[in-house]
Design a protein around this ligand. Sequence first.
Ligand code: ADP
Length: 154
Amino acid sequence: MIKAALFPGSFDPFTRGHADIVSRGLRLFDHVMIAVGYNEQKKGWIPVEERVRALREMYKEEPRVSVVQYNTLTVDFARERGIHFILRGLRTHKDYEYELGMADVNRRLNPGIETVVLFSEPDLANISSSVVRELAHFGHDIQEFLPAGLNYQI
Ligand code: ADP
């Protein structure tokens, strides 16, 4: 049986911090499915189709990574796909309570799905999608915060 993990998030945009969680996740799992969550009410910055397209392009040579979009509860989506692990990243104590709460709720909803949290690389711990969006808004080049090979057409 393939051991797969679902890596859910908004990824608006996907950063070097996210890419690091995927790479390290691949040491633990045979397959990492990046699941780009979207909400019709909160469309975000980069259109979700473009978030998915750019990530598929970036990981096209890596068959152990797939990219999907979803707009349901994460545990329900994982169950539908037959995935038993949710992969998340933790940067600082600020992420801790949120991640703990999510993991707790998800366990209650589906005890068969385990959340695996990886600590961020210290060098990447200050990179967040919201800061990158802010920089882009003010016309700053954001390429240094994005993984090599990720090119959004926006
Ligand atoms: P969400 O909207 O679900 O919080 P994000 O796209 O912001 O989604 O993040 C997805 C996951 O990646 C979360 O677990 C988040 O803590 C983690 N993450 C975000 N930035 C980093 C980073 N720089 N290093 C490690 N993990 C990160």
